[in-house]
Design a protein around this ligand. Structure first.
Ligand SMILES: [Zn+2]
Ligand SMILES: [Zn+2]
Length: 280
């Protein structure tokens, strides 16, 4: 008996697969082809014996196997020969070892597949249909590229981004009221002064807005809020519009002082937005 070459081993695997799915005639043919090439292959003789439909051929095949391997338990059993006890024990041991090896192999394959899955197949926690390799650096949940906010330290998911902003926004209702009130009063004063400044509004409106914004920010105890800039801006507009009401209402009765309207517009455009950026 000689050790099968890699080519013969590969052919044996194919023949065994065909036999496993029950195609006996095809399997017998494959085993016969292997034997034509390598007549001293014990496993091929056993395969041929198990798959052939010809009883005489079966007996002959088992005998050939036995001639090559006198201790072969399968052939001895099939031919009704006595099997020494130590051979049976060895055969049982070999079978158990083969089963354990197969099991370990299957487990390794499952593990390999799991690792592969982990590397390739995150799914965005907000979009179950989107696969991704990105994870939020804060909560480690997978996020798709659309949900990911790139930061200097990594990608951040929308939930964590909002949480961090909330931590950044510390202004409470008192701060909002204080800043809004200050912005309203200063906006009112600015709107009142605008009527007398005329052309000089162009130079003073933005600076005035910056000043209003800074004072409003102090009124909010330098706390920031998501909507604080908007609140300040709105209150500057409301305060600024009040002194201009007679001017604006005059439009309805046909009064159209073009110069005053332009300066009022410049104030209402530049001052609130300048204030906005000081509180942001
Ligand atoms: Zn997160
Ligand atoms: Zn997403």
């Amino acid at each position: 008996m000689s050790t099968p070459t890699p080519r013969i081993r590969s052919l044996l695997r194919q023949a065994n697969k065909v036999a496993e799915v029950g195609k006996k005639a095809a399997a017998a043919k494959l085993f016969q082809e292997i034997l034509d090439e390598a007549p001293d292959t014990v496993e091929a003789w056993l395969g041929l014996a198990e798959n052939t439909t010809d009883p005489a051929g079966q007996q002959a095949a088992y005998e050939q196997a036995l001639a090559l391997a006198p201790d072969n338990v399968v052939a001895l059993t099939a031919l009704g020969r006595p099997v020494p006890a130590e051979l049976l024990a060895a055969a049982a041991e070999a079978e158990a070892a083969a089963a354990a090896a197969a099991e370990a192999d299957a487990a390794a394959q499952i593990q390999e597949a799991a690792v592969e899955e982990e590397e390739l197949l995150y799914v965005c926690y907000r979009h179950p249909d989107r696969k991704t390799n990105l994870k939020c650096y804060n909560c480690s949940r997978p996020i798709c590229i659309k949900c990911a906010n790139r930061t200097p330290v990594g990608y951040l998911c929308p939930d964590c981004k909002r949480d961090m902003e909330e931590a950044f926004f510390t202004a409470n209702i008192v701060d909002y009221i204080a800043a809004g009130l200050v912005a309203f009063i200063l906006g009112l004063i600015g709107g009142y002064l605008t009527q007398f400044l005329g052309f000089f509004v162009i130079f003073l409106a933005a600076g005035g807005g910056t000043l209003i914004g800074r004072i409003s920010f102090r009124a909010a105890r330098r706390h920031r809020g998501r909507w604080l800039p908007h609140t300040v801006m709105l209150m500057v507009i409301l305060g600024g519009v009040l002194p201009m009401l007679p001017l604006l209402l005059g439009l309805f009765v046909g009064s159209f002082p073009i110069g005053s309207l332009i300066w009022a517009g410049v104030y209402l455009f530049l001052t609130p937005s300048a204030a906005f950026w000081q509180v942001k």
